[in-house]
Ligand binder design. Structure first.
Ligand SMILES: Cc1cc2nc3c(=O)[nH]c(=O)nc-3n(C[C@H](O)[C@H](O)[C@H](O)COP(=O)(O)OP(=O)(O)OC[C@H]3O[C@@H](n4cnc5c(N)ncnc54)[C@H](O)[C@@H]3O)c2cc1C
Length: 153
């Protein structure tokens, strides 16, 4: 079964676009891993996230902005010999994006990013009340490294 690594931005875009959620890996203040599922937006190679202004993840990211974000899709179980457990596997497409998160404070940029996220899930843009924009935390990852992998396809 073929394993193919790729840096092709078109393939990476297609894999990420097919994902409903991503998994953001962080390093907490005790140097322990902390991984959370997130909804996201992705446009022109940048990953966009949003959340409440407070919480464990915010404390972690303010202390250490380095993350590894994982995406995977097209999961498909296969086997070569039905009775043989170790002949089973899973086809998948996945991406890992590495780098440092940066927080967005500019009001108009926050609205633009909220619409990138909302477009992904609803196909449309929205209007936002100022308190909603002011009370949401928006952050982005411009990956320093991004790798795609297609396994079994
Ligand atoms: C598909 C999906 C999409 C999501 N999208 C978003 C998003 O876009 N933005 C967003 O802010 N949140 C999202 N969440 C929720 C997110 O994963 C966190 O639960 C949430 O952001 C709170 O994280 P925190 O570190 O601030 O937790 P806190 O409320 O500070 O956490 C307290 C404790 O709760 C535990 N905990 C936190 N989150 C989880 C969890 N998901 N599962 C089990 N235990 C947990 C941790 O052990 C932590 O120590 C999503 C969850 C799912 C499943």
């Amino acid at each position: 079964m073929a394993n193919r690594m790729t840096n092709d931005p078109k393939i990476i875009q297609k894999i990420i676009d097919a994902c409903e959620a991503c998994y953001v890996g962080m390093i907490d203040q005790e140097n322990k891993p902390y991984v959370l599922p997130f909804n996201f937006g992705f446009e022109e190679g940048i990953i966009y996230l949003h959340s409440a202004m407070t919480g464990k993840k915010i404390d972690i990211l303010k202390n250490n902005p380095n993350v590894c974000i994982s995406f995977s899709t097209d999961h498909q179980l296969f086997h070569r010999h039905e009775p043989v457990a170790c002949s089973y596997g899973m086809k998948y497409r996945s991406v890992l994006a590495y780098g440092a998160i940066s927080f967005i404070d500019d009001y108009d940029e926050k609205v633009r990013i909220l619409n990138i996220i909302m477009r992904k899930y609803t196909g449309r843009e929205f209007e936002y009340n100022p308190p909603a924009v002011n009370n949401v935390c928006i952050y982005k990852l411009a990956p320093s490294r991004i790798e795609g992998k297609e396994s079994g396809y």
